[in-house]
Design a protein around this ligand. Sequence first.
Ligand code: ARG
Length: 573
Amino acid sequence: MASIVDSISDPILEILAEMVDGAISDPKNLRVNPTKDPKFGDYQFNGAMSLAKKLGRAPRDLAQNLAAKLETMPWLEKVEVAGPGFVNLRLSSAWLSERVGEAFQDERLGVESPGKGHAVVVDFSSPNVAKPMHIGHVRSTILGFALDRIHRFLGFDVVADNHIGDWGTQFGILLVAYRQLGDPEAFDKDPIEELERVYVEGYQRAQQDPSLMEQARNELVRLQQGDRENHELWERFVQASLREFDKIYERLGISFDVTLGESFYNDRLPELVADLEAKGLATRSDGALVVFLEEEDLPPLIIQKSDGGFNYATTDIAAMLYRIERWNPSKILYVTDEGQQLHFRQLFAVARRIGIEVELEHIWFGIMRLPEGKFSTREGNVIRLDTFMDEAERRAYEVADRLNPGLDKPVKTEIARKVGLGALRYADMSQNRQSAIEFRWEKALSLEGNSAPYLQYTYARIQSVFRKYREEHDGGDLQGVPVLLEEELERQVAKMILEFPEHLYRSAASFRPNQLTDYLFDLASLYNRFYQNVPFLKAPDGIRESRLVLCELTGRVIRTGLELLGIEVPDQM
Ligand code: ARG
């Protein structure tokens, strides 16, 4: 089922192509847009102006010509040329009703599978071992998971890959410091916290005592050379950290297809750099092996340090080659904070030189700030993610209790879980990902603004309309009910429901979940206006059912959209 915008734009393009003898170079820009005001119809085509300019023709003439040819289209009720050459289109209500009926029958709500046959690797979350997951990784986890879900829904074969930082210089210090300062009991209780403590103290000591630093370097080399004792201890650190991360993933309902950390690629690095050198892509410079990127106007990328060690970037080149070989993806997405922009520009430049043609995207995001004071402990440590989630659920419980105090406690607890975690995720994803965001509880948990609870509440209320309808009307099956679009608000809701696929495609193409949240918010606001302004259950037979079809579809779009963002919906609130 083609999206509503395609169903209208495609025939327009066909007519135009015939009229101007194929002179259309940018069909993507020649599409209809929804109008702001119903007096201009439902959709507007404003491509006649730019096209006429290119062809040296009068825009209004071209628009008139187009309009005349459109008159006979079955989906059109009225076409009008306005101003310098806008073509205003009012859709036939019968055609709209039919489309709504089709969407109602379609489990996928009209969304096609443009990704079929294409694999996409999404590299997200990717925290560093032995450190608590910081807020940057939280954003990567939440955004990355939404991109994963959206792409899967669009038919892509998604490979969710957690590129954990389990290899690197921090292990030298950790190995030395843990043997000196480690407390096994504390490690068993809370491994990440203990490793963090040991690392911070070990690092400070090594700063003051060069011999400790030397020792750390030696232990690291021994680890890299496969020393058994060091390897065992390292393995324990990694496993314990992963178990802790898994608790967070589980709570957020997130899973990965593979967790291939940096260490996985370690054995491939010597051959990789030798190969790059042999091909003349990397050059020796002051003992280090470097890829110069002057043509790309980027600083050189070091792939082997003068002491022989490899680094983050070398591993990333190896990981990219591995992914291409194993999954043959059409895209690889890397979701990290803004601080890594240079790294990825360099990495992608090197990839091009190697001859890699896969689409590579660095999906970066700004920092998330938490209101001062409230999110740090008395010692000034940043609050851990699990504590933060607990707080979200606690506050959401208050909201649920306020809305519906009579519900059983376990029911309210479950609502609070969905609403609290949903609010956290939505607060993150509903913003332009590249701007710094400040997290505020009032906004995240608001029942009125652009927030998860608002959408969840709208959804829950739709479910309660249905519960009532089924009680009053004995089952209430809506299959095959004709959709009547007589009120302007009904038409608007119908159109907006049919626009869901369009917004999803756009959100995927730009890797911006906020394009989806904006749409869901607009849909919920429109629906609520509809609900407040026309009778539902009290409407006459037939009209009641028709409105309920729109109501149910709105609920399904909201639920599907939120679930693609990793947000669950409660049936009551
Ligand atoms: N572990 C890295 C960090 O914490 C993020 C890894 C992102 N992915 C990648 N392939 N470089 O900053």
